[in-house]
Ligand binder design. Sequence first.
Ligand SMILES: N[C@@H](CCC(=O)N[C@@H](CS)C(=O)NCC(=O)O)C(=O)O
Length: 107
Amino acid sequence: MMSLYFAPLACSLATRIALYEAGAHVEYIQVDTRSKRLRDGSDFYPISPLGQVPVLRTEEGWLLSENTAISAVRGRSLPGHAAGAARRYVAARQIAAMAWFYRHGTA
Ligand SMILES: N[C@@H](CCC(=O)N[C@@H](CS)C(=O)NCC(=O)O)C(=O)O
């Protein structure tokens, strides 16, 4: 199962919304971005050297940062994704949505 490291109301919300809407089977792991700790007290830095969310741990164990990159991978890997030209269109729409979130969701 994939895992998404997130913080409430941080920009990881963009990826969370995309994963929720896609019906992805994901474990959501909350991070305190101030203390750089997970809720179980473990250190977040080995997962994210910058101490930033979002980070997606793929089923293969890869750690991916950056909303845009996570969105692109997610679009290709979830069941039910579009094929061929339609997939490229969906990928472009995802990037546009992410760009909108960054423009309107950050100070
Ligand atoms: N360019 C990154 C930005 C990641 C980012 O700035 N995350 C913020 C939350 S919106 C964070 O974790 N801040 C905590 C910190 O920098 O200490 C992305 O789009 O994923």
